[in-house]
Design a protein around this ligand. Structure first.
Ligand code: CO
Length: 209
């Protein structure tokens, strides 16, 4: 059997398992999706949103890209964000990065990786902003993990800088923004920061709403 054929076979087994627990599982899900959470995570195969939060289909609206970035020219991310905030009306947006992130690690090097350099350049800017703190660390793994945390914090602030989030803050007092980091060594999620709808960013980032 080809490896991909195993996926199709496993799917059938999963359907049976779900139906034996709850015969209405799929008919109920097919009617509506009303997730409370938007998840913006890394594409890394070891950090799947539903598995690590023990949630079911229908509970989390998910966007993933390399190194969990919130880039204001990324139409894909912006479309997901707009839909989640304005139509699904999510209460929480979680930016979830992870220790040992290959994308952040690559951004710390001078490797020429082609197109992906343009994506990772966003992380190099964060490195530059926090260079003193990072270079003061002797241990390279520690430095990488600190940049991973700083990247998550920056991406949460990037969410707060969008008019999509600021309009929802002003009009509906939601969503709450969260920055989490996942430890691939033990499977634990750590809460790094929370930004509530009453937060005022630096004036230059606030839109007239
Ligand atoms: Co990663």
């Amino acid at each position: 059997m080809q490896s991909y054929e195993k996926l199709l076979l496993e799917n059938k087994a999963w359907v049976q398992e779900k139906l034996s627990d709850n015969p209405n599982f799929f008919s109920h899900l097919a009617e509506i999706q009303k997730p409370e959470f938007l998840w913006i995570g890394c594409s890394d195969s070891r950090v799947p949103a539903n598995e690590i939060t023990n949630t079911e289909p229908g509970e989390i609206f998910v966007h993933r890209n390399i190194a969990n970035l919130v880039v204001h020219t990324d139409l894909n991310m912006l479309s997901v964000l707009q839909y989640a905030v304005e139509v699904l009306k999510v209460q929480h947006i979680i930016v979830c990065g992870h220790y040992g992130c290959g994308g952040v690690k690559a951004a710390m090097t001078n490797q020429q990786l082609g197109l992906i350099n343009k994506w990772l350049r966003n992380i190099k800017d964060i490195y530059r902003l926090h260079k003193d703190e990072l270079l003061a660390m002797q241990d390279e793994a520690q430095r990488l993990n600190r940049l991973i945390e700083l990247n998550i914090e920056e991406q949460v602030y990037n969410l707060a800088k969008t008019s999509i989030v600021q309009i929802a803050w002003r009009k509906e007092n939601r969503p709450i923004l969260h920055g989490w980091v996942y430890d691939i060594h033990d499977g634990i999620l750590h809460d790094l920061l929370t930004i509530t709808p009453d937060t005022r960013l630096d004036d230059i980032y606030m839109f007239d709403i």
